[in-house]
Design a protein. Structure first.
Length: 136
């Protein structure tokens, strides 16, 4: 009888962990989709404004300057978005780790990056800040 109870308890814990993992995945997918939607909207609006500014300019130097500024602003937005996606991914990884069967600590949803990771800004192994990145 005790074995059946233990087996049932293991199944219940596994199901709870699977549900937490699924919820973490859904939450993070929604965050990334919202980020992508916002970024696409901003880039589209900026490109329309940029096209209007270039069309109204008669000076070739001014047009080159506008293009350079637009490229710089777009690059900065893309880097910021990549940092946010990396933060979301790191938080998801921590959430997954907390749900793993080998974890002795309870699963907790993280709303911000822990201080131990905040100094390392990476996208995969690619550094997106002056700090060096390493894979654990």
């Amino acid at each position: 009888m005790n074995t059946k109870h233990e087996f049932g308890e293991i199944q219940r814990k596994n199901m709870e962990a699977a549900m937490r993992l699924a919820q973490i995945s859904i939450d993070n997918s929604q965050r990334i989709m919202a980020l992508q939607s916002q970024l696409a909207r901003e880039l589209f609006e900026n490109s329309v404004d940029q096209a209007k500014a270039q069309a109204s300019s008669k000076d070739p130097q001014d047009i080159v300057s506008l293009r350079a500024r637009y490229a710089q602003e777009t690059t900065q937005k893309m880097i910021a978005a990549a940092q946010q996606v990396a933060d979301i991914g790191n938080n998801a990884r921590l959430g997954f780790r907390a749900c793993s069967p080998s974890s002795s600590r309870p699963a907790a949803r993280t709303s911000s990056m822990p201080s131990s990771l905040s100094s390392k800004r990476c996208l995969g192994r690619i550094p997106i800040s002056s700090k060096r990145c390493s894979r654990r």
